[in-house]
Design a protein around this ligand. Structure first.
Ligand code: MG
Length: 160
């Protein structure tokens, strides 16, 4: 069974969203590099790589299933944040948004009765649980350590 047109189009949208996410995290990495927060910058660079990897996995899957993939223009991403904690609040909010996008894509696969795509997407559902949890635990650290904990957090994130 080939991907239906609806699913193929939805995959293109999700691939675009993953690439946008990658650019968002790269922009956050640059923001942290500017501030000399090398650990935070390192964490964001890894995060950006991971998002690009998600896009590539989806591209490969869609092509394997006879989908038509196009590389489209990616919208501009934010470049400034008020504080380091504001950056991680944005990460958490963004990951919750991505979880919703993945859920909608899975709903479509179910509606289109495409079991293989369902199976493929469950991996991303699990991945999103992890992403949300990681972002939330970094935010918790900011609240536990307080503003003076930034140096400790930067050091910890540099170990990723
Ligand atoms: Mg992703």
């Amino acid at each position: 069974m080939e991907l239906t047109q609806k699913l193929s189009a939805a995959f293109n949208e999700q691939i675009k969203a993953e690439m946008w996410s990658s650019n968002l995290y790269l922009s956050m990495a640059i923001h942290f590099m500017d501030q000399g927060l090398e650990g935070c910058a390192h964490w964001m660079k890894k995060q950006a790589e991971e998002e690009l990897d998600h896009a590539h996995k989806m591209i490969e899957y869609a092509i394997q299933r006879g989908g038509k993939v196009n590389v489209s223009a990616i919208d501009a991403v934010p470049t400034t944040w008020e504080s380091p904690v504001a950056v991680f609040e944005h990460v958490y909010k963004h990951e919750k948004h991505v979880s919703e996008l993945i859920d909608k894509l899975l709903d479509l696969a179910i509606a289109e009765k495409d079991k293989a795509t369902e199976d493929f997407l469950w991996g991303f559902v699990r991945e999103q649980t992890e992403e949300e949890n990681t972002a939330k635990s970094i935010l918790d650290k900011f609240h536990i350590y307080g503003v003076h904990g930034l140096v400790c957090i930067d050091k910890e994130l540099g170990k990723r």
